[in-house]
Write a protein that binds this ligand. Structure first.
Ligand SMILES: Cc1cc2nc3c(=O)[nH]c(=O)nc-3n(C[C@H](O)[C@H](O)[C@H](O)COP(=O)(O)O)c2cc1C
Length: 206
């Protein structure tokens, strides 16, 4: 099968991409509105992009009516956000925050998550998440315009808050303790409980 994205509907292109690019990590992003209402929403168009400065990106696409999502509105207004990682234990509340909540409603209370004050940015983190990245916007890059067009938010991580219980004896993050999930297509998710190692070429000589 060949797909020419320009010749197909955005819906078909979307469903093909999210089934092909897998598993995708999930940024559970907290922000604050100019009126002080906290917002929480998941984004799997997400990844780390560099280490000096520590930087990441995620992309809220425009809604089907072309309007921006609340997360983008808030970040445009104050330039701050927190990325919370999502272990299996909080997969369900994460999903619920993708619901269509009113701008004046905080997803924290709607799904029973606990806001924990951040140290360097205004938006709170999610207490139940073992890793919170406090971030400042570097740049917002619009890619296209109208419904489903991307808005790539590039952020600098200014503080990493990592719970001790996900660390190993060398103070490195232990993937078994972290137990993050990934997003597949449709309703599908993956766990990171099954892992394997690859030896880099030439490693046996060292
Ligand atoms: C696991 C998961 C991943 C998602 N990833 C994205 C994404 O990368 N980009 C996007 O625009 N919406 C994504 N969504 C949908 C948003 O979370 C949803 O539109 C949400 O209501 C946006 O909230 P907001 O308006 O408060 O920003 C995802 C939903 C789920 C459940």
């Amino acid at each position: 099968m060949l797909i020419d994205p320009e010749a197909e509907s955005a819906a078909l292109v979307y469903s093909t991409m999210i089934r092909a690019i897998t598993p995708r990590p999930i940024a559970w992003v907290s922000t604050v509105s100019p009126g002080g209402v906290t917002n929480l929403a998941p984004f799997s168009y997400f990844n780390g992009i560099g280490s000096k400065p520590a930087a990441l990106m995620f992309s809220p696409v425009n809604r089907p009516d072309g309007s921006p999502k609340d997360t983008l509105v808030n970040i445009r207004s104050n330039g701050e956000f927190v990325v919370n990682v999502v272990p299996f234990s909080i997969a369900q509340p994460m999903l619920e925050t993708a619901g269509d909540f009113h701008y004046e409603t905080s997803e924290f209370s709607e799904v029973g998550m606990t806001p924990c004050p951040s140290r360097r940015v205004q938006p709170p983190g999610v207490l139940e998440s073992p890793i919170q990245f406090e971030c400042e916007v570097i740049q917002i890059v619009p890619v296209g315009e109208g419904p489903l067009a991307a808005n790539v938010i590039i952020g600098k991580i200014i503080l990493m808050n990592i719970a001790d219980h996900v660390l190993d004896e060398n103070n490195k993050i232990d993937p078994a303790k972290l137990d993050t999930i990934g997003r597949m297509g449709g309703r599908g998710y993956s766990r990171t409980t099954e892992r394997f190692e690859l030896k880099p070429l030439g490693s046996e000589k060292k």
